[in-house]
Design a protein around this ligand. Structure first.
Ligand SMILES: *[C@@H]1O[C@H](CO)[C@@H](O)[C@H](O)[C@H]1NC(C)=O
Length: 217
């Protein structure tokens, strides 16, 4: 093969190699416990001096406690991300407890930085995610105790309790700070507000209804 062709092929091969490792890179040290007092701006959080790191930096207690579901959603999220456990910094992982009263729900939302896997510990929970291909297909299941479901990275999804009692689930996410964008709040609660004529056209709604929704969010 001519040299330039070999070089081009090598570059393509390298790109494929690096793309395959775009998620879950191997850390460059045992840990990089977040130092929340540092003013350095990096992607993630700067590391504490390893000599000052303690077991408590990797510890959280409280996921046995139900969240307070006395709110308009009838649901509560107890997150354990890098904010609660600084030792999660750079490790691409977090966990959360979800509590639902009967008929409780979490509005359609996305985690821009994580895939989610959840297991139901108690109750019945409908979970669904919406895809780009096939377009706008709702992949959904009703999960019972012990059932597990995966929501792929970035897709809009929802959870809705369909049991008569309380529902409890534990979700693991492959991001230290997965983020959450609730679709209703992003659309109707953005500040400054998104133009209401535009939203009325986009949602095929009367402008008055859009303005009512914007006032509520
Ligand atoms: C749960 O939240 C409601 C509404 O904010 C509050 O009135 C109530 O005291 C809370 N319950 C507990 C046990 O914290």
């Amino acid at each position: 093969m001519a040299k330039p062709v070999v070089i081009v092929l090598s570059i393509i091969a390298l790109n494929v190699f690096y793309t395959a490792f775009a998620f879950g890179p191997i850390p460059l040290q045992d840990f990089c416990v977040a130092d929340p007092t540092s003013s350095t701006r990096v992607n993630g959080l700067p590391c504490k001096d390893p000599a000052t790191v303690q077991a408590d930096d990797f510890f959280f207690s409280g996921l046995h406690l139900p969240g307070n579901t006395t709110n308009p959603f009838g649901a509560a999220l107890t997150p354990v991300t890098v904010t609660q456990v600084p030792g999660l910094n750079t490790l691409g992982l977090s966990i959360a407890r979800l509590d639902f009263a009967a008929s409780g729900f979490i509005p359609p939302h996305t985690h821009p930085r994580a895939t989610e896997i959840l297991v139901v510990l108690e109750g019945s929970l409908e979970v669904g995610f919406i895809t780009t291909n096939p377009g706008y297909k709702n992949f959904n299941k009703v999960l019972e105790k012990g059932d597990v479901f995966v929501v792929p990275l970035g897709l809009v999804h929802y959870q809705r309790s369909v049991g008569t009692g309380n529902t409890v689930a534990i979700a693991a996410l492959n991001g230290q700070n997965p983020g959450i964008i609730a679709v209703p709040s992003a659309v109707f609660g953005a500040e400054p507000a998104i133009n209401s004529d535009y939203l009325a056209k986009a949602f095929l709604l009367d402008k008055k209804i859009v303005e009512e929704l914007q006032a509520k969010f």
